[in-house]
Design a protein around this ligand. Structure first.
Ligand SMILES: Cc1cc2nc3c(=O)[nH]c(=O)nc-3n(C[C@H](O)[C@H](O)[C@H](O)COP(=O)(O)O)c2cc1C
Length: 387
């Protein structure tokens, strides 16, 4: 995995990709992508808590080329990071979902497709390759839940990620202001924004109005936008209690990870109910402004569950150094969200470039730290985690 010198000069890191991407996106899309809940303090803490994780280098060690590969639920991945599930991709940057999946598949890193993706799971699965995972928001209807699980299995997804941190609707002020609703209704204000963003508009003209292709087969026949909104509001709500999680566990034959865990109780419950691992996440600061961050709770959850437990984490990761920080704090691997959308918006080769940059940044960080393996990174925090 090597970076392209031309792309590297223009986009040396994820921050450079973000700056260009946000300029190219209409306001309703960049707001939806960038925004968090409430005053966005949780969103800010995702970054701040990572910045506070100081790592201790060791120089009096034998040289070893850093090995970034990792085994997650029995599967070898090229690096300890993957693509987080991001809904509404086709609205944020038309065509981004296939570009991101293809790049992840080519690089052999994990790729988690959202229930709310605008490309069908059957189309994404061959692009993302054997490291394709499907993220399920369990619908309230048991028959639909089973149908979606069976469909993901038939499409060849290996791992199922069950997201549990959306028990009800939230009020995100950026989306309230921009008028963005789900499913999207393109009104006059949005059209004005689109007109000022020709790169986005050209792509949208090619791909058409985004639809939730993983969910639309279950919409009541003939339901228009209003009917679909009512259906989704009814189906996509409620806590995923032990009864629902046990039922999903029984229905899915492969590895299952629970995403959205932050505390010891939920971590223990998920594993007791048969989950193969957990993903520590506050949903990118989008659900509860007072929620802890994954970086903050990682050391205590790792301590609580022990080294044998599979723990992934996400939130605010923007560089290979951040990946090293999460691994040092206790994660086996991480998911990266918004940066993949930014990368797709800089061009078709953006997602592959982001993967190469993160890979190279992590490798060079490991050399600086004197770590030949991810196992040697564990616990390499310079002081007890400052939380
Ligand atoms: C625009 C957007 C859409 C998202 N959609 C989903 C989703 O459909 N399913 C899910 O489990 N998480 C979703 N998330 C949360 C991400 O999977 C992930 O937890 C979070 O973005 C990680 O933080 P980061 O963006 O700072 O890397 C979404 C996040 C964003 C920003």
């Amino acid at each position: 995995m090597t970076t392209d010198p031309w792309l590297d000069r223009r986009f040396p890191d994820a921050a450079a990709m973000e700056a260009t991407a946000l300029r190219r996106m209409p306001g309703f899309a960049s707001d939806y992508l960038s925004g968090g809940i409430g005053a966005e303090t949780c969103l800010a803490r995702n970054r701040a808590d990572l910045d506070r994780a100081i790592l201790m280098p060791r120089h009096l060690v034998e040289d070893a080329a850093p090995d970034l590969s990792v085994t997650i639920a029995g599967q070898r991945l090229a690096a300890p990071f993957g693509v987080a599930p991001l809904g509404l991709g086709g609205l944020l940057w038309p065509g981004c979902e296939t570009a991101i999946a293809r790049a992840a598949g080519q690089a052999g890193v994990g790729h988690v497709l959202s229930t709310y993706a605008t490309t069908a799971m059957e189309e994404i699965r061959p692009l993302a390759g054997p490291t394709a995972w499907f993220q399920l928001y369990p619908p309230a209807d048991e028959g639909m839940e089973r149908a979606m699980i069976d469909r993901a299995a038939a499409a060849g997804y290996r791992n199922l990620v069950v997201t549990v941190d959306i028990p009800g609707p939230t009020r995100r002020r950026r989306d309230i202001r921009s008028g963005l609703v789900v499913p999207p209704r393109i009104g006059p204000r949005m059209i004005a924004q689109i007109a000022r963003h020709p790169a986005w508009a050209l792509r949208a003209a090619r791909t058409g109005i985004p639809e939730f292709r993983n969910l639309s087969p279950y919409f009541p026949a003939g339901s228009g936008l209003a009917g679909a909104a009512e259906f989704l509001g009814r189906m996509m709500q409620g806590h995923i209690g032990p009864t629902r999680l046990s039922r999903i566990r029984a229905a899915w034959q492969g590895p299952l990870l629970v995403k959205g865990v932050l505390g010891r109780e939920d971590a223990t419950t998920a594993l007791d109910l048969g989950a193969d691992g957990i993903i520590l996440s506050n949903h990118g600061g989008r659900q509860l402004d007072a929620a802890p961050t994954a970086a903050q709770v990682l050391p205590q959850i790792r301590d609580h569950l022990g080294e044998g437990a599979l723990i992934l984490a996400d939130g605010g990761i923007r560089s290979g150094l951040d990946i090293a920080r999460m691994v040092a704090l206790g994660a086996d691997a991480v998911l990266v969200g918004r940066p993949f959308l930014h990368a797709a918006a800089i061009g078709a080769r953006g997602p592959g470039h982001l993967i190469a940059v993160l890979h190279e940044e992590l490798a060079t960080t490991m050399v600086q730290l004197g770590c030949g393996s991810l196992a040697q990174l564990r616990g390499r925090v310079a002081s007890p985690a400052p939380f």
